[in-house]
Design a protein around this ligand. Structure first.
Ligand SMILES: [Zn+2]
Length: 299
């Protein structure tokens, strides 16, 4: 800890760019998010924003589906876009294009650098991960993700926590990412973290140990990290990081329910489960990273 403090002090002294002056890490964190639908990334939004804006890091996104199944709650989107998006055949035709634009508008807010679109069919809601893996063109996606991870040498993989009641597409995105990661030599792998939101200090959050049939999703007992969007900053401590999540989610005007979930929740804690596949060797790096995420604040 002392070493880290001395290090950040020396960075402070030599840096002429005040925007980077508080960067407490001795490297620029590189993250790959792997998600299923074009708004899933909102789950990580405050951590991503801090990483790109305050830690001088890089965040890319690999997106599995084209989001066409999001027509269900497009009622207000009909008016915004002038199309009957909540009619299945119209939604499925237009939403892939519309939702990519919404995604990138949200991504611009949190500073996402590159997108890898896999355009798999967003067929319908199912809890079934195996059905999803069968319907998608899984093998080529694993191959491409492996290449991307090899080329980019990410520090961290942000995944959707594959708990039982979560969408099968979310679980499949995580399984695919972990299959790609497992193909890399151990010392070249990013550290895999799977995330979900806790509403606030009183919400114990979801229980997660492992996705049945996929042992590589096993969480390491008791090793989780959090960032609470309610952390305050600014004049009179009146601002907090729920703003970032609201900005991102508000870009998704063809959608609806996630906006309401966020506004109704008392708190928004981004919780990350450290997976066993990382081994114990990555715990310190992950923990130092989350210490930095929690510590940095805007100037
Ligand atoms: Zn989703």
């Amino acid at each position: 800890m002392m070493k880290k403090m001395l290090l950040s002090l020396s960075i402070l002294l030599i840096s002429t760019l005040s925007v980077f002056s508080q960067q407490p890490l001795d490297y620029k964190p590189k993250v790959l998010m792997v998600t299923a639908h074009p708004d899933d990334d909102a789950l990580f939004s405050a951590t991503v924003w801090k990483t790109t804006q305050l830690l001088d890091g890089t965040v890319d996104l690999a997106l599995m589906t084209n989001g066409e199944g999001g027509y269900t709650y497009s009622t207000l989107g009909n008016y915004y876009y002038g199309l009957e998006l909540d009619k299945e055949e119209i939604g499925r035709e237009y939403l892939p294009g519309i939702r990519k634009k919404e995604l990138i508008a949200g991504g611009d807010i949190v500073g996402i650098r590159d997108y890898f679109f896999f355009d798999q069919k967003d067929f319908y809601f199912t809890l079934d991960v195996e059905k999803t893996l069968t319907k998608w063109n899984t093998e080529p996606i694993v191959d491409r993700l492996e290449e991307i991870m090899q080329e980019e040498e990410y520090d961290f993989l942000f995944l959707l926590l594959p708990f039982d009641q979560f969408h099968g597409h979310h679980k499949a995105a995580t399984v695919i990412a972990l299959q790609a990661m497992e193909r890399l030599p151990k010392n070249e792998r990013p550290i895999a973290l799977a995330s979900f939101i806790r509403r606030g200090p009183d919400d114990p959050g979801v229980e997660f140990s492992v996705l049945e049939g996929h042992p590589n999703t096993k969480a390491m007992d008791g090793v989780t990290f959090e960032f609470d969007r309610n952390q305050t900053f600014g004049a009179n401590e009146r601002l907090n990081y729920t703003l970032i999540a609201h900005w991102v989610i508000a870009e998704h005007k063809s959608q609806g329910t996630m906006q309401m979930r966020t506004q109704n929740s008392v708190g928004n804690i981004e919780k990350y489960w450290y997976l066993e596949i990382n081994g114990e060797g990555g715990i310190e790096k992950a923990s130092t990273y989350f210490e930095a995420v929690n510590a940095v604040q805007p100037d």
